[in-house]
Design a protein around this ligand. Structure first.
Ligand SMILES: NC(=O)c1ccc[n+]([C@@H]2O[C@H](COP(=O)([O-])OP(=O)(O)OC[C@H]3O[C@@H](n4cnc5c(N)ncnc54)[C@H](O)[C@@H]3O)[C@@H](O)[C@H]2O)c1
Length: 428
């Protein structure tokens, strides 16, 4: 069996390797020729994917990458894992999904199975994607080719989370489309869960992400309330977590980051308007979460004020640029908001992140492109008036931080493990 996977990013690459390990021949397709070249050389470009994993599948002939979309004629199924961001006006940007549909439509053979994995609003697969596939191929979904949606579930940075062990939802345009997609995934994934339609699978993925966004907002709000009451939210969560039923811990932080949680809920907000519905929980969670960097800036200001300093002209280090601990993914990271806001207030800002040695050029953060992480040594860290722990990578030596830094604003409770740091640390 040979399949194509379009979009060799954080989702498409591990999925490709999982299929390849399971004995399926995988043709990975991407518009980024640098990634394609790197992968064909048997190298990984993502921190948590070992080069040896790519090398093994390339040399066994199970995995090959290409920029040539005409080659979809070689495969019996295509899985699409391309980005689904928001536009400047925070509306769904389906352009990557639709351009992929247009690129493959003239080339795939009759009988091909096409599956979308990108997170999106209900209706994308059977309305938007189906339309471009049918138009470009002259074929009919459900009759001449099969069409399905199966959301990706990833837990980057969690070493115990393995693609093949994460249950996979599958919804089809027709029952036959669903059964064929489910059979395909059973080659590589232990548990496949069929649902009645593409829309249910699309909606389930959004529910999962909205659940996280709303609960994170709730603890972020409680953090502020309890802080004013002199109660530590982290201790409260540890206490509540001992309840063996009806509770699940979520943790506060400097704001949401990553490709999913800050973005996906608003796909539903947009689509809901078509039905005269308002997604108030989503909006409120968005409001609370996006206000978090302002709260952190306020705490930085208080911490500096205590030392008779101000943000203006102070040297401020953001520790952790990645949006989440132990990953190298800094998309949508709240650390960028902190850098921007502190700089606007006259702060002299820098960052340290061993996983992001230099900031790549992106549309969103072009002003930071080329900025390099500072070094980790006493002389460097000690020169900052304040260090903000924005992302608590496990590889950071918090004892050294406690010893070297003048003052620490901790948004992740990372310093709780260093009792000697008391007095220097401001929880935020
Ligand atoms: N990263 C996660 O943890 C995660 C988890 C669950 C779901 N998702 C969803 O999966 C989808 C992909 O996310 P990701 O994190 O893998 O993104 P990514 O940016 O890491 O990867 C996307 C890849 O698609 C390529 N690409 C873009 N346009 C293309 C096109 N027209 N044709 C071919 N390739 C194209 C890019 O070059 C890139 O390599 C998104 O919808 C996202 O919401 C991501």
């Amino acid at each position: 069996m040979k399949i194509g996977i379009v979009g060799l990013g954080y989702v498409g690459l591990p999925l490709s390797l999982q299929f390849a390990r399971s004995g399926v021949e995988v043709l990975g397709m991407d518009i980024d020729s640098t990634k394609v070249k790197t992968l064909n050389e048997g190298k990984s470009y993502i921190k948590h994917i070992e080069t040896s994993e790519v090398e093994e599948q390339v040399s066994s002939g199970h995995f090959e990458a290409s920029t040539d979309f005409q080659r979809v004629r070689e495969v019996e199924a295509v899985i699409i894992c391309v980005p689904t961001p928001l536009s400047k006006c925070r509306e769904p940007d389906l352009s990557y999904v639709l351009s992929t549909g247009r690129a493959i439509a003239p080339h795939f053979a009759k009988g091909t199975l096409i599956i979308l994995e990108s997170t999106t609003y209900p209706g994308t697969t059977d309305e938007d994607l189906r339309a471009v596939l049918e138009e470009g191929s002259g074929l009919k979904a459900g009759i001449d080719f099969h069409l399905a949606f199966s959301p990706e579930r990833e837990d980057p940075g969690n070493g115990n989370s393995h693609v093949h062990k994460i249950p996979k939802l599958v919804g089809g345009y027709t029952p036959l489309c669903r059964d064929r997609a489910a059979a395909l995934y059973r080659n590589a994934i232990t548990t496949v869960v069929p649902v009645s339609s593409c829309r249910v699978a699309e909606a389930a993925k959004l529910l999962e992400n909205i659940f996280r966004s709303v609960n994170i907002a709730m603890v972020n709000e409680l953090k502020l309330v309890y802080a004013d009451m002199g109660i530590d939210i982290w201790e409260v969560i540890e206490a509540a977590k001992t309840k063996p039923f009806g509770f699940m811990p979520f943790y506060p932080g400097p704001g949401l980051g990553g490709h999913c949680i800050p973005i996906d809920p608003f796909y539903l907000t947009w689509k809901a308007r078509e039905f005269d519905q308002h997604t108030r929980f989503i909006e409120l969670a968005g409001e609370v979460n996006t206000a978090m960097p302002d709260y952190i800036v306020k705490r930085v200001s208080e911490a500096l004020n205590k030392r008779e300093k101000s943000i203006n002209q102070s040297k401020i280090l953001i520790l952790g640029l990645a949006y989440k601990a132990n990953v190298d993914d800094e998309r949508e990271s709240p650390s960028y908001r902190l850098l921007e806001k502190l700089k606007q207030n006259g702060g002299i800002v820098a960052y340290y992140d061993p996983y992001v040695p230099v900031i790549r050029h992106t549309r969103e953060h072009s002003q930071w492109a080329g900025t390099e992480s500072v070094k980790w040594d006493q002389a460097t860290i000690a020169q900052f008036d304040v260090v903000i722990v924005a992302t608590a990578h496990d590889c950071i030596n918090y004892h050294e931080l406690a010893e070297w830094a003048q003052c620490i604003v901790d948004t992740r409770n990372a310093m709780a493990r260093v009792p000697m740091a008391n007095g220097k640390v401001w929880k935020a």
